[in-house]
Design a protein around this ligand. Structure first.
Ligand code: F58
Length: 788
């Protein structure tokens, strides 16, 4: 049958619609179901091959999977682009309209969640048998809009539409207990939970490149253990009957919108245990279906903890081994450790999870006992070990570390800092445990999918092998002196910039000059990421353009994107200031087209796919030592943007790969940052030494950008003077000067393009395929099952 008939059949039999009455939504779902059918073939074959080979399986436990839209990913990986486009055109429909109808699955906050999504793509492409386990949030990350420049949050509602990719698995249901008490008898323990919630699986097939292999993303949703509280219902108390149901569902209702700050809420702990426990039961059931001896578990199961959110996996697995399989504690703990590994994503002290012992004891009484046993065993062996239980808290980082056989950081610098700071004492005791696995990004989504013009150019030049072997891009280095190729490379970038300009024109009503430098900073809004420094530099540039309007300025479009955690007031002030400044600058006839600020609301994966291919300059300007890795930095460089950045996270390695001459470096190093903080009054001194910065801060403080409310930013400016913890003031001058250096280079477009090409050509190492091979080899001991 043809694709066209397949789609029409799905429209008719799965949606009950005929072509005349079908909406865009109907066409999209029909197409998605046809694609899903295709994936099922791969998926079944992979499952059969896995059972036959009985290999070690990887289980990636993550609170977040920021997968975005799936339709174009599926079309690309199944190599069906031409077939689908032809069929859709024959059906009289518009391909772009249909693919843009899909809502983003925003089941994550930022880098950590997106990394998990890239890893799923690479695991499938490499043919490593794996499951991603997470939560099927009813509401993903909130939708952001701006009202008078201020962030407004609205609930996200992706699941009000049918999620065409998933299969509900009513047969994979587990009882998850909370609270209650522990009964100790004859040396054994039995947990009697006081409350039970059901976890139901929803599977999304994840198919790798060429449809060669398929894994599963299994997301759990919470349901009441009985459909209804029948007793209350029969008493006529309908509200009470509904209440227990609602309470259970709350667990998978919303994604916590806090990025890098922990809220310490009971519901969050319940979410963490809920999905971790369901995942452990599920993987044990799979293991026990064809293995008899639980002691062989580490030979078949590798569990990766994406940060500490699933760290309760340690005590949970020990609990099952001891209480249900009768293993002694001193055997269960090392056995569990051989299965577990933990990835650390942050050094920010406020983001390190800790739960009060009281809350832990109330919510998971048996787990608290086991944590004490783990603590005791570790202290006995290493009396000077740092403690898991500390000042009435359970420290999840220490727990995860002690229960993991490997702990990894996400960039070379970050891993060194993990060794020197957060886990310095544990590192001394276990010097081989911490290793590095520098993050990566999937080239399928972040070049092949999002940048068709560059994809075609590259494939025409070097063939298509780069899609699964990104190091092949090095061959492009030979083209840096090839004038015709450089022209084509520039034309591709320009095409992307024109597309973006059209979109911004339509959605925001701002006209952009596609020949201006597109300078982009997109990421969560956070003080350490220093969007504020970028904005201050913009105002300083504006001042200088106005002082000297006839100079040969390089035109710039400053593009911002990102959400602030709803309770993070400083970040929200920064958003408001960006929007206030944009109003003034964008209306200024003196600077006109030479300087504009745009901040499209509701930044998400789909918006990143639009912005990144159109960027000339990538802003990676965090305070050194604070950004664990960054992955946006990799996406930009791969798509031919130059980076302006500090020596932080993976910037360091990107700069090593692309060459120092193709990277705009500025700012203090991590060591210098730590040292500078010891100087009394360092920020005031930096401001006093910089007339340019003084002028900008003066303008903001006197209400130049908020004339109706001139004191609006007194708090923000005062903070820079008195406790500029992230050293915006100290790095400002060197940042400004480096921006002017970038301006200069941009004046000679062929030079800029040659540098950008070297960036693209040098990014092969940053493929998440390389990262996953590293995890598979160094941590999991897992192999590809793909028959060559
Ligand atoms: C990010 N962390 C790091 N956390 O900030 C970034 O440098 C790194 O590239 C990325 O992980 C991947 O390794 C991050 O995104 C979160 O969003 C957490 C969500 C849950 C609460 C705590 C923060």
């Amino acid at each position: 049958m043809t694709m066209k008939t397949d789609i029409l059949n799905r429209l008719k039999y799965s949606l009950g619609k005929d072509a005349e009455n079908a909406s865009t939504y109907d066409w999209r779902i029909a197409l998605s179901l046809v694609l899903r059918d295709q994936m099922v073939e791969t998926w079944f074959r992979s499952t059969r091959e896995t059972y036959a080979a009985s290999p070690k399986r990887v289980y990636y436990l993550s609170m977040e999977f920021l997968i975005g839209r799936l339709i174009e990913d599926m079309i690309a990986n199944l190599r069906m682009e031409d077939t689908v486009k032809t069929a859709i055109a024959e059906l009289g429909q518009d391909y772009d309209t249909i693919v843009h109808d899909e809502p983003d699955a925003a089941l994550g906050n930022g880098g950590l969640g997106r990394l998990a999504a890239c890893f799923m793509d690479s695991l499938a492409t490499l043919g490593i048998p794996a499951f991603g386990y997470g939560i099927r949030y009813e509401h993903g990350l909130f939708e952001q809009s701006f009202a008078q420049g201020q962030q407004v949050e609205k609930p996200e509602t992706w699941l009000t539409q049918r999620h065409a990719w998933e299969f509900e698995r009513p047969e994979a249901r587990y009882r998850i207990g909370f609270g209650g008490h522990v009964e100790h008898r004859d040396g054994s323990a039995r947990w009697h939970p006081g409350e039970v919630v059901m976890a139901t699986a929803h599977d999304t097939p994840v198919v790798g490149w060429n449809g060669d292999w398929g894994n599963t993303l299994r997301l759990w949703s919470a349901e009441p253990s009985k459909d209804f509280d029948l007793e209350s219902f029969n008493r006529g108390d309908y509200l009470a009957a509904g209440r227990s149901e609602a309470l259970a569902r709350t667990i998978s209702r919303v994604l916590y919108p806090d990025d890098t700050t922990e809220s310490g809420k009971e519901l969050r702990l319940k979410q963490e245990y809920f999905f971790t426990a369901a995942s452990i039961m599920d993987l044990l059931r799979r293991y026990l279906a064809d293995h008899d001896d639980i002691r062989d578990l580490p030979d078949y199961v590798a569990i990766q903890l994406n940060d500490t959110h699933p760290a309760i996996a340690g005590p949970e697995l020990v609990r099952i081994l001891v209480d249900e399989h009768g293993l002694p504690m001193d055997e269960a703990i090392p056995l569990t450790r051989r299965c577990l590994a933990y990835t650390n994503h942050t050094l920010l002290p406020e983001a390190l999870e800790r739960w009060s012992e009281h809350l832990m004891g109330r919510t998971l009484p048996r787990h608290l006992e086991i944590i004490r046993a783990i603590e005791h065993a570790h202290q006995t062996e290493f009396p000077d070990s740092p403690r898991i239980l500390d000042h009435g808290d359970v420290r999840m980082g220490e727990l995860a570390f002690i229960m993991a056989h490997k702990v990894n950081g996400v960039s070379a610098l970050h891993t060194e800092l993990v060794k020197q700071t957060v886990f310095a004492d544990l590192h001394r005791i276990h010097p081989d445990r911490i290793i590095n696995q520098t993050n990566g990004i999937t080239p399928r989504r972040w070049l092949y999918g999002c940048n068709p013009s560059l994809r075609h150019l590259i494939t025409d030049a070097i063939g298509e092998g780069w899609v699964t072997d990104l190091e092949q891009l090095t061959a492009l280095k030979d083209k840096r002196d090839d004038a015709a190729f450089i022209d084509a490379f520039m034309a591709s970038k320009r095409e992307n910039k024109v597309n973006l300009s059209n979109w911004i024109g339509q959605t925001m009503g701002v006209a952009l000059d596609p020949d201006a430098m597109f300078d982009v900073q997109i990421k969560r809004i956070h003080e350490y990421k220093r969007q504020l420094m970028n904005l201050l530099e913009t105002v300083a540039l504006w001042n200088e353009m106005r002082d000297n309007p006839n100079a040969d300025w390089t035109p710039r479009i400053k593009i911002f994107g990102g959400k602030a955690a709803p309770g993070y007031f400083v970040a929200k002030d920064i958003i408001r200031l960006i929007n206030d400044v944009a109003q003034v600058i964008n209306a200024d006839p003196v600077t006109g087209d030479r300087l504009k600020i745009v901040y499209p609301p509701n930044y998400n994966v789909t918006m990143a796919e639009r912005l990144i291919p159109a960027a000339d300059l990538s802003e990676q300007i965090s305070t050194a030592g604070k950004e664990a890795s960054g992955t946006g930095n990799m996406k930009f460089a791969l798509n031919g943007a130059l980076t302006i950045g500090t020596l932080d996270g993976a910037n360091v390695e990107i700069r090593d790969h692309v060459g120092t001459e193709n990277f705009f470096l500025f700012g203090l190093t991590a060591q210098e940052v730590m040292e500078r903080r010891t100087h009394h009054g360092y920020s005031r001194a930096a401001i006093e030494a910089s007339p340019r910065l003084q002028r900008v801060l003066g303008q903001i403080a006197e209400g130049r950008f908020a004339p109706q409310d001139p004191s609006r930013y007194h708090g923000l400016v005062g903070m820079l003077y008195d406790h500029d913890y992230f050293l915006v003031t100290c790095d400002f001058d060197s940042y400004f000067d480096t921006q002017r250096r970038a301006d200069m280079v941009y004046q000679t477009p062929e030079n800029w393009a040659a540098m950008a090409l070297v960036n693209t050509a040098s990014m092969g190492w940053f493929s998440s395929d390389r990262t996953i091979k590293g995890y598979a080899h160094d941590i999991w001991g897992a192999k590809s099952v793909l028959s060559a």
